[in-house]
Design a protein around this ligand. Structure first.
Ligand code: IPM
Ligand code: MG
Length: 375
C-alpha cells in the first residue's frame, strides 16, 4: 500500500495533463469568491495530482477602468486557448450611468457570444443541511433537484434594434426578441438530452399567448420531441412557472427556456436552495470549453467586507471539473466537501439565522478546501 502511495505522484507527473483555466475575477464580490474557488481548485490539484495552470485576466468594470473597455480581444483569445473559464461577476454602481456606451455587463455577454456558449445550465439542488435556511416551508422544498437550461446567446439580450432615442413627443426605447430555428433547436436538444439522463421530464417555459418567438419555440419543439419519445415533455407559461416553482417545485426536473425568462426564473429558483449565493452555472457550446460562474452577480452592497458566500463559485468549480475537464471524481469530491461543511453548521451571512455565528468568505472557502484535502 505504502509503495503504491509513494509511486503514484511520480507516475502522475509523467502522464500529467495540464489543464489551462482562465480566471476572470471581475468586480464587486467577484474577486473575493473567485479566490475561494481557486483555493478549492488547488486543493483538488494536490489531492488528485492534477496540474491546473491558472491565468488571470481583468474584465468588467475593472477592465473599463484599466483599459477603457469591459472585455479585451486578448482576454477572449486567452479564454479560447483554455480548457475552461472561471468567472466571478461584473458590474457596480461606479459604471451604472444608463447613458454610458461601455458597461461592465458587456464583458460577460460578449464572452458568452464570442465563445458561442449557447446553453446555460443552472442546477438548483437543495442541500439537506440548508432546509431550515430557506424562506420556504420544509415540506415544499424537501427533495428539490431541478436544472434550468437557459438559452444564452439569443433572444432579448442580443437582438437588434436595441436602443433609446428621442422623438418630438419624448423618449422612446426598443428591445427586440429574435430567435432562429437553429438557436431554438440546439437549446431544446440540450434540455432533452439532460432530461434523458435524469428523471426524463422536460418542461419548456414560454409566453406562447403573447410572443411570436414562443410560437417558434413550440413549433420547433413539436418536431424535435419526436427524437425523444422516452422523455415526458410539457409546456408551461413563464408566469405560471414562476408561481408553480414556489408551490410544488419538486414537480420539475429539467426546464428549458429563453434567455430572459431563464435569467428571471433562476434567481427565483435559487431561493429554493436557500440563497442566491448557492447557485453555480455552466455555460456550454458545441465543444468542451465552458464558462463557469455563480449566478449571483457582483453584490456591490457587500463587496470588500469578506462576507460573501463563495459556495456558488466553488460549486461552479465542481461543474468545471466535471463538464469541461471530464474529472468527475474531483467534481464529486468538491460537492461532497460543500455538503460536509454545511452539515457541520458553517454559515456565511446569507445562510445564517438570527443569532447564528457567521463564517467569512475565506473561512468558508478554507473549510471546503480542507475538506477536499482530507478526502
Ligand atoms: C446572470 C446575470 C447576467 C445576465 C447579467 C450580469 C448580464 O444576471 O448571469 O444571470 O443577465 O445574464
Ligand atoms: Mg441573472
Amino acid at each position: 500500500m505504502a509503495t503504491v502511495i509513494e509511486r503514484a505522484p511520480a507516475r502522475a507527473r509523467r502522464r500529467q495533463t495540464r489543464y489551462r483555466i482562465a480566471v476572470l475575477p471581475g468586480d464587486g464580490i467577484g474577486p473575493e469568491v473567485v479566490a475561494e474557488g481557486v483555493r478549492v481548485l488547488r486543493a483538488v490539484g494536490e489531492r488528485f495530482g492534477r496540474r491546473f495552470e491558472l491565468e488571470e485576466h481583468v474584465v468588467g468594470g475593472a477592465a473599463i477602468d484599466a483599459y477603457g473597455v469591459p472585455l479585451r480581444p486578448e482576454t477572449v483569445e486567452a479564454c479560447r486557448r483554455s480548457h475552461a473559464v472561471l468567472l466571478g461577476a461584473v458590474g457596480g454602481p461606479k459604471w451604472d450611468d444608463p447613458r454610458a456606451a461601455v458597461r461592465p455587463e458587456q464583458a460577460v455577454l460578449g464572452l458568452r457570444k464570442a465563445l458561442k456558449l449557447y446553453a446555460n445550465l443552472r442546477p438548483v439542488k437543495l442541500i439537506d443541511a440548508l432546509i431550515a435556511v430557506s424562506t420556504f416551508k420544509p415540506e415544499v422544498i424537501r427533495g428539490v433537484d431541478l436544472i434550468f437550461v437557459r438559452e444564452l446567446t439569443g433572444g432579448t439580450y442580443f437582438a437588434q434594434p436595441k436602443k433609446v432615442w428621442s422623438t418630438p413627443r419624448g423618449l422612446k426605447a426598443v428591445d427586440t426578441c429574435l430567435y432562429t430555428e437553429q438557436e431554438v433547436e440546439r437549446a431544446l436538444r440540450v434540455g432533452f438530452e439532460l432530461a434523458r439522463a435524469r428523471r426524463k421530464l422536460l418542461h419548456c417555459v414560454d409566453k406562447v399567448n403573447v410572443m411570436a418567438t414562443s410560437r417558434l419555440w413550440r413549433q420547433v419543439a413539436e418536431r424535435v420531441k419526436g427524437d425523444y419519445p422516452d422523455v415526458t415533455f410539457k409546456y408551461i407559461l413563464a408566469d405560471a412557472c414562476a408561481m408553480h416553482l414556489t408551490r410544488r417545485p419538486t414537480d420539475f426536473d429539467v426546464l428549458v427556456t429563453d434567455n430572459l425568462f431563464g435569467d428571471l426564473l433562476t434567481d427565483e429558483a435559487a431561493m429554493l436552495a436557500g440563497s442566491l449565493g448557492m447557485l453555480p452555472s455552466a455555460s456550454l457550446g458545441a465543444g468542451k470549453l465552458g464558462l463557469y460562474e455563480p449566478i449571483h452577480g457582483s453584490a456591490p452592497d457587500i463587496a470588500g467586507q469578506g462576507i460573501a458566500n463563495p459556495l456558488g463559485t466553488i460549486l461552479s468549480v465542481a461543474l468545471l471539473l466535471r463538464l469541461s475537464l471530464g474529472l468527475s471524481d474531483e467534481a464529486n469530491a468538491v460537492e461532497v466537501a460543500v455538503e460536509r461543511v454545511l452539515e457541520r453548521g458553517l454559515r456565511t451571512i446569507d445562510l445564517a439565522r438570527p443569532g447564528e455565528r457567521t463564517a467569512s468568505t475565506s473561512e468558508m472557502g478554507t473549510a471546503v478546501a480542507d475538506e477536499v484535502a482530507r478526502g
